[in-house]
Design a protein around this ligand. Structure first.
Ligand code: S3P
Length: 170
């Protein structure tokens, strides 16, 4: 069974996917990285040149293709991926969906110096994170088969928790 990680920017999806991949000896795929590779552009350039909707269409198109992919993998998704209902259905089709649930303060501390997330390049990133998270948290919950709280947890602890969940999954 594939594992799909969802959650807000800075929730640790990529780091957890990387360690999980090592632990389970299963390749991992990062949807943002794949889209950047295919478009030959960074996410910031895609947002700036084509706009957010075009990026969202690329995400959906990429997910549709992933449903055909053979072999086991771990998927780390962009933070906005589960917002579209169609994407939530596709994610569930791809594998067990795990929401890495992280609080707004932790996210702000991790991302306050970051310049690669176009949605957070604004006057009040802390307020933006809180507002977006309050809208998205129920969406992530809805998308998920399992919710893993990450606040105060190391990457290794989160990985161990996911491995346990997958072993107990029937
Ligand atoms: C986004 C999250 C980003 C990236 C894009 C939009 C979002 O991915 O897809 O900047 O809407 O939350 P990460 O969650 O990997 O930062």
């Amino acid at each position: 069974m594939n594992i799909v990680l969802v959650g807000y920017m800075g929730s640790g999806k990529s780091s957890v996917a990387y360690q999980l991949s090592y632990r389970l000896q299963t390749p991992y795929i990062d949807s943002d990285k794949q889209i950047e590779r295919e478009q030959h552009k960074t996410i910031s350039a895609i947002f700036a040149e084509s706009g957010e909707q075009a990026f969202r269409d690329m995400e959906t198109a990429y997910l549709r293709r992933l449903t055909e992919q053979k072999g086991r993998f771990i998927l780390s998704t962009g933070g906005g991926m589960p917002v579209r209902e169609e994407n939530r259905a596709l994610l569930k089709q791809i594998g067990k969906v795990i929401y890495l649930k992280t609080d707004a303060e932790t996210i702000y501390e991790r991302l306050k110096e970051d310049t690669t997330r176009p949605l957070l390049q604004c006057e009040d990133p802390s307020g933006r994170i809180r507002d977006m998270l309050s809208v998205r948290d129920p969406i992530y919950e809805d998308a998920a088969d399992y919710v893993v709280a990450t606040t105060g947890q190391s990457v290794q602890e989160i990985v161990a928790k996911i491995v346990d969940l997958m072993e107990d999954d029937v």
